[in-house]
Design a protein around this ligand. Structure first.
Ligand code: FE2
Length: 506
């Protein structure tokens, strides 16, 4: 009898890698091939962003994060759905499509053809606009963390221009791809909170809060010692929370045309993560607390509890470093440690000097299954959330592509899981509250699933209260969407479109 044998793979690597084929076409059609029924009160648009091209004129890119941003809009209205996608016409996209080859180097290793000499001392980086898409202050913005957003037309997805938020951003200034919407930020109105990092030996962190019209409510700038690679952050009613991952940066291989800057980052395993707790208002000092978090890309949420701040995050044992010359399409998942859901407790009474014992009692593993792309009900941002939704691996153990949607109940510790294995691969699950509902899990989970056997993508709609019942509706697209990154939901009410379909906002 064989004990503790590893479970068989739930996926075929070749099938998974097909989801990274470029999608060069732009579509515009009503989705007619539907299993099940679209809920009548699902009334708005799911927006997705991610790399649409994994090659430029036949030259493969080195990492999906280097792919040109392609935005998809799935508009729901009266039980029907419409699909549209458009590439963000960034300067680099337009120039490279015309040239038929890469003209820029990518952050994660894409090089111009011609070897290192062709790349030597070329430090220009393309604003990819490929990471997130949000609608705020009557602007639809495609985000990329290294530079300013691109503004798109919310009806047509046409690229309008770079957007500097009425002069708030300097040309080229970063505006992170992970803004947070504080549901009670401006007393009763929501506000958008976002940040910018200017890395260096001392990194400059700028934080903005914008009201619902996109006008600044607050702005602050802070100096953080050392190099910062901070992709995401968290907020509570009183604080901003930043995890400064323990990494260092050696820029010389980038200068010499040998590596992308993302390949010059080294994880310093022996060092703790520096957590910066920054008051949103008043003159309280900034607190630095050390934790042992491994590497964190994404946070779930944070909230205050007595003298503690609780932060739920997806932790990696180390930074998933990009090996130059390796092909991401043939990732050996068996060699990777799984990304897992952790809870960190930050003691606000913590004093400098007592870090060592603090590091080890401050974290708790909530979910060991490999997972990423966490989402919660948007009204629970900054307060104690009960439910979290994640893209997750099919099996409980080990690292693997995301094939299912996991719901975790933090109160009971129970989980629900729906899987698209063996041929399906999921993207970020977006939670959409049911109109007029108050319960934290009253709503739908919508996700894009790549169906590898048919080489096309489905949009699935799950009842957030009962994932295991399977999709309420499954919308078969006519084509595939390459694996995406982040997206958001805009209700037709937010867009100013009445139930009749007539624009009501002026
Ligand atoms: Fe992200």
């Amino acid at each position: 009898m064989q004990l503790n044998s590893a479970p068989s793979l739930s996926y075929d690597l070749q099938q998974w890698s097909q989801g990274y084929q470029s999608q060069p076409h732009e579509y515009d059609y009503w989705i007619e091939d539907i299993e099940g029924e679209i809920p009548q009160d699902l009334d708005g648009t799911l927006l997705r962003n991610g790399p649409g091209l994994l090659d430029i004129g036949g030259y493969p890119i080195a990492h999906p994060f280097d792919g040109d941003g392609m935005v998809s809009a799935i508009a729901f209205r009266g039980g029907r759905a419409h699909y549209r996608n458009r590439f963000v016409r960034t300067q680099g996209y337009v120039e490279e499509q015309k040239a038929g080859k890469p003209l820029y180097r990518g952050v994660f290793g894409t090089q111009k053809p011609g070897g290192w000499l062709a790349n030597l001392f070329d430090l220009r980086i393309k604003n990819l606009a490929n990471t997130h898409i949000i609608y705020w202050g009557d602007r639809l913005l495609a985000l990329w963390e290294g530079a300013e957003p691109h503004r798109l037309d919310p009806q047509t997805l046409e690229t309008l221009a770079l957007d500097h938020l009425d002069g708030l951003l300097k040309p080229g200034q970063a505006f992170s791809a992970h803004p947070k919407i504080d549901p009670y930020g401006d007393r009763t109105n929501p506000c958008l909170v976002n940040f910018s990092i200017q890395p260096g030996l001392k990194s400059q962190l700028t934080i903005w809060e914008l009201n619902r019209n996109g006008q600044p409510l607050r702005q602050s700038t802070h100096e953080i010692p050392g190099f910062c690679f901070i992709h995401d952050f968290a907020i509570t009613p009183q604080y901003y929370v930043f995890f400064q991952n323990p990494v260092s940066f050696n820029p010389f291989p980038f200068f010499l045309g040998l590596r992308g800057p993302g390949e010059c980052i080294n994880f310093d395993r022996q060092n703790p993560t520096q957590v910066w707790v920054i008051p949103r208002q008043g003159n309280q000092p900034i607190k630095k607390i050390e934790v042992n978090s491994g590497f964190v890309f994404h946070h779930v949420n944070a909230f205050e509890e007595g003298n503690q701040i609780v932060v739920d995050s997806i932790g990696y044992e180390s930074f998933p470093e990009v090996e130059p010359g390796s092909d991401f399409r043939y990732t050996d998942f068996n060699q990777l440690a799984p990304s897992q859901l952790w809870r960190f407790r930050l003691d606000l009474n913590h004093k400098r000097g007592d870090n060592a014992p603090h590091r080890w009692r401050d974290r708790q593993l909530l979910e060991s299954r490999c997972c990423e792309f966490p989402q919660i009900h948007p009204q629970w941002v900054g307060k104690s959330h009960r439910y979290v939704y994640l893209g997750a691996a099919h099996h409980h153990q080990g690292s693997a592509p995301l094939q299912g949607i996991l719901k975790r109940d933090n109160q009971s510790g129970e989980t629900q899981f729906w899987s698209a294995a063996p041929h399906g691969f999921v993207s970020e699950p977006v939670f959409i509250p049911q109109p007029g509902s108050e319960g934290e899990d009253e709503g739908w989970i919508v996700s894009v699933v790549y169906e590898s056997q048919k080489h096309r993508s489905d949009i699935i709609i799950l009842d957030a209260q009962n994932l295991e019942r399977g999709p309420t509706a499954r919308l078969h697209l006519q084509h595939h969407i390459p694996y995406g990154l982040h997206g958001s939901w805009i209700s037709n009410q937010q867009l100013g479109i009445g139930r009749s379909g007539v624009q009501t906002k002026h």
